[in-house]
Design a protein around this ligand. Structure first.
Ligand code: ADP
Length: 356
């Protein structure tokens, strides 16, 4: 559908645009390095950052990101010949239906996969069918029989998540979170209960290339989360005294180099997730995606989520990362890899295929 929107575009003068947040520096810098003009749809208060880093040739100022679907903003983007690169803020500020039906500007990637990503059950089905190992899930709090993480739907940065190992603990903690204003009473019905796997968190990021017909492992990171990453700095006796409930608000990311013997399996996982996506939502994943995994001490890899778009964790690779270096040499990273794909698609006259 995105492809038809190209009819009125000047293909010799394509710009790459995105919403000013999340991984916009990464995307816009990469686009500039591949020779594209760039457009940042941005809030006034954040414009300083994109100006000072000099990554945006054009700024479209908005009060709120939901204005992306307003006709004047869309018309301006079309006049700029802009192709949009979606990231986490697109799905956080606009509904899947708005992104699929109301956004008449070409978007890099497969919009149909947004449906699979947005729905936890569909996402689980996709990952299971791809042969990945997933944590167990529980339908009701009464089924909880092991350490479990309680999650609210939507990309909330882990805010309001908590752990419980029994139905009683679940109900106590839920009430506590409501009292502290972190959750609302009505959130109870929407909570997703998933086995909490003890292990190391690794987020491998891949790029699925339509032009090369290949899935590339380009980066890996782990998150720096408040307050869970701070709890270990408080003596255990005080943790008990203050009854700290960990929360998982992401405040940053660390680059990770993965034990080499784990890479073959991670690569096979990336390939099979894309193969399954081809069947569920042809032509499968176009561009970046990330698997959110926990790796246990017996080196089992559990995948608890997929993001079928660029993740902010790839920002650790701006400039380069070991895996991007192994594949492309210096100065390759996710934002630039996207632009490279668009450039190659333009060269081969196949841009429509990258805008499913
Ligand atoms: P969101 O995607 O909403 O930001 P996540 O699902 O990534 O939140 O979870 C937040 C935190 O909880 C992360 O630190 C993640 O690693 C951890 N986590 C999520 N699910 C599990 C699980 N099943 N086992 C272990 N840790 C988990």
């Amino acid at each position: 559908m995105s492809g038809d929107m190209l009819d009125r575009y000047d293909l010799d003068n394509i710009a790459i645009g995105t919403l000013g947040s999340h991984s916009a520096l990464n995307i816009l810098k990469g686009a500039k390095e591949e020779g594209f003009r760039t457009v940042c749809i941005c809030k006034e208060k954040d414009a300083i950052m994109y100006r000072k880093f000099g990554v945006a040739d054009e700024m479209v100022l908005v009060q709120d990101f939901s204005e992306l679907i307003s006709e004047p903003v869309q018309e301006r983007l079309r006049r700029l010949n802009a192709i949009l690169i979606p990231h986490g803020s697109f799905t956080a500020f606009l509904s899947t239906e708005q992104l699929i039906h109301d956004l008449h500007v070409p978007v890099f990637g497969n919009r149909e996969l947004l449906r699979w990503e947005a729905d936890r059950k569909a996402q689980e089905e996709w990952l299971r069918k791809a042969g990945l190992r997933l944590p167990a899930t529980f339908k009701t709090p009464e089924e909880i029989d092991r350490l479990t993480i309680a999650k609210l739907p939507g990309a909330k940065g882990g805010r309001g998540y908590f752990l419980a190992e029994s139905p009683e603990v679940f109900h106590n903690k839920f009430s506590d979170m409501v009292r502290r204003g972190l959750l609302k009473e009505e959130d109870g019905d929407r909570i997703h209960l998933q086995e909490y796997v003890i292990g190391a968190n690794i987020y491998p990021s891949y790029f699925s290339s339509i032009m090369k017909n290949d899935v590339e492992l380009l980066a890996a990171d782990r998150r720096y989360e408040s307050s869970v990453d701070a709890i270990g700095r408080i003596p255990a006796s005080e943790q008990l005294e203050f009854q700290v409930n960990p929360t998982y608000t992401v405040v940053g990311n660390f680059p990770v180099v993965i034990r080499e013997s784990l890479l073959p399996e991670l690569m096979r996982m990336g390939d099979s997730v894309h193969e399954m996506a081809k069947r569920l939502a042809p032509p499968g994943i176009i561009g970046p995606f990330c698997l959110e995994t926990v790796i246990t001490d017996d080196l089992r890899i559990y995948t608890f989520e997929i993001s079928a778009r660029i993740v902010a964790g790839t920002n650790v690779g701006i400039g380069t990362s070991p895996y991007a270096y192994l594949k492309y040499g210096e100065n390759m990273y996710m934002g630039r890899r996207i632009a490279l794909e668009i450039k190659e698609a333009l060269r081969q006259g196949r841009l429509r295929e990258a805008l499913a």
